[in-house]
Design a protein around this ligand. Structure first.
Ligand code: F6R
Length: 256
């Protein structure tokens, strides 16, 4: 794991944007795994400003609420088009987001997994983290080998996401999410976390035992996982000074 601690979410997002930009420069037909929520907003803004060529890029989003149409204001379809896709030259056929209205969910999930394989696998997976350690919507106790499937949100996650719905009561209970195993199959993971609410989950994920009670902790077993934090999200890391030193003293050829 590489832990990158930056003073602000802006500085952290700029580093994440450079990583994605470099990948698209090296591999114009890269396959990106994308996240929603407040965390990647600055990154998406930065990527838009970089005016990259998205014409051959393929994307797979982590998750979508069950029961929400793609044009629902709180759907992740809407989020992605508003915050990224409509500002770049991506081909609509290359965009994949779980369908919240699909009837046969298990069949859809198997197809989603197959589509990722057919696309050649995900080159870089962007992740946020829940304050309970969830990645995608793999809530605590999720199988660390899980694949794309339906999951039930915790009340904590429903409360966190309530603003987009105008109240917790409106937040769906169920989501379709890529599994932890699906995320672990990706070639590179870039997890971002900002703010004090994430500090405990981040410390447990990075420095605690690997446990299904903090699904992000499985990233300790991912061969290329970068964890990009602001200072507030790094406050509970015991080895923060070491991570800072490592990053500040990387050889030039390793720097992003
Ligand atoms: C979103 C997702 C979630 C969020 C997490 C953090 O697609 O999969 O895991 O990344 O809930 O959400 P924010 O960024 O809103 O704090």
């Amino acid at each position: 794991m590489e832990i990158i601690i930056q003073p602000t979410p802006e500085a952290a997002s700029a580093i994440a944007a450079r990583m994605v930009g470099r990948l698209l420069g090296e591999k114009p037909d890269a396959v990106l795994g994308l996240a929603t929520g407040s965390t990647p907003l600055l990154l998406y803004r930065e990527l838009v400003q970089m005016k990259l060529d998205w014409s051959c890029v393929t994307t797979f989003n982590l998750d979508e609420y069950v029961g929400l149409a793609s044009d629902h204001p709180a759907s992740y379809h809407r989020f992605m088009w508003e915050n990224l896709f409509r500002h770049v030259n991506i081909a609509e056929k290359n965009v994949h987001i779980p369908d919240g209205l699909v009837q046969d969910i298990p069949r859809f999930c198997r197809r989603y997994e197959m589509m990722i394989r057919v696309a050649g696998g995900i080159d870089i997976q962007l992740l946020g983290i829940g304050s309970d350690g969830h990645i995608g919507f793999n809530e605590p106790s999720s199988s660390l080998a899980s694949r794309t499937r339906i999951k039930t949100l915790t009340e904590q996650t429903r409360a966190h996401n309530a603003a987009a719905f105008g109240g917790r009561e409106q937040v769906p209970h169920h989501v379709i999410t890529m599994g932890v195993g699906t995320i672990m199959d990706t070639r590179q993971v870039l997890l971002m976390a900002f703010g004090p609410d994430k500090a405990r989950a981040v410390a447990e994920a990075v420095e605690g035992p690997i446990t299904a009670m903090n699904p992000a902790s499985i990233l300790q077993l991912h061969p290329v996982a970068k964890i990009v934090l602001d200072e507030a999200a790094a406050t509970h890391l015991r080895k923060a000074d070491y991570y800072r030193w490592v990053y500040d003293n990387k050889p030039n050829w390793q720097k992003v």
